[in-house]
Write a new protein. Structure first.
Length: 242
């Protein structure tokens, strides 16, 4: 019995040492991976990298990590050639494989979310000058905000011969052809003026590309939330480093 107790104590101690070594190793690997991602993506700050699964050392020996979560704050993507800032970008990489020198890494697939504030999306949408919607009348989007449910409220400024009007519309948003698109559920009535649907929709409706996302992930779905639009992203066969 005494020998058995000693054996159990040794097993517990060795198990504890293995867990400690495993956690030290994964913490070091997460830091190194974060630095590599920052360099490869040209980020202003170091992202948060979390390697899931236990034990880490056996995954490391096999050259494949089950799941790796990456969180990036204030990521500068592209929209129509202009910069658009993503407030929070979180992605979970699945089946991450790396070579023996850790100079390259790929992921079988990825899912995640990206949140863009209404103010940042508005900057991208308002690149164009005011559009003519009727003789002597121009209009332009002036504001985007949460419209309740799954809707975005689009505020429009219309300059008419009799003054300036500020109608609003509720729009449905979705991903169309890889872009964030919004379409007004119904068109605003602008005083007594009769506006052609095509011309007013040229102002209220829009499609906005969100390009240059990390590792080539792409837009999947989008929904309106209180502080912006939240986009689901996905990808496969992604080149993470190298």
């Amino acid at each position: 019995m005494r020998a058995l107790r000693i054996l159990l104590i040794v097993v517990v101690i060795l198990g504890g040492l293995f867990v400690i070594a495993d956690r030290v190793a994964v913490n070091y690997a997460e830091g190194e991976a974060a630095d590599r991602v920052r360099t490869s993506e040209g980020l202003a700050s170091t992202p948060n990298v979390s390697i899931k699964g236990f034990p880490f050392l056996t995954q490391l020996a096999g050259g494949t990590l089950d799941d790796v979560e990456i969180g990036i704050k204030d990521y500068d993507a592209k929209s129509g050639g202009e910069s658009i800032r993503i407030a929070d970008l979180n992605a979970e990489m699945h089946g991450v494989q790396f070579n023996s020198s850790f100079s390259s890494a790929t992921a079988d697939s990825a899912t995640g979310t990206a949140r863009i504030s209404y103010a940042e999306l508005l900057k991208a949408v308002r690149k164009q000058d005011a559009a003519q919607v009727a003789p002597g009348m121009t209009a332009q989007i002036e504001g985007l905000s949460y419209g309740g449910g799954d809707k975005v409220k689009v505020a429009v400024t219309v300059h008419t011969p009799l003054g300036t009007l500020h109608p609003t519309v509720l729009s449905s948003i979705k991903v169309t052809d890889g872009k964030v698109s919004a379409r007004a559920d119904s068109l605003p009535k602008v005083g007594a003026f009769d506006l052609a649907e095509g011309r007013i929709r040229a102002v209220t409706d829009f499609q906005q590309a969100i390009d240059d996302l990390p590792a080539g992930i792409e837009l999947d779905r989008v929904e309106a939330v209180k502080d912006g639009v939240e986009i689901s992203v996905k990808g496969s066969k992604l080149n993470l480093v190298g």
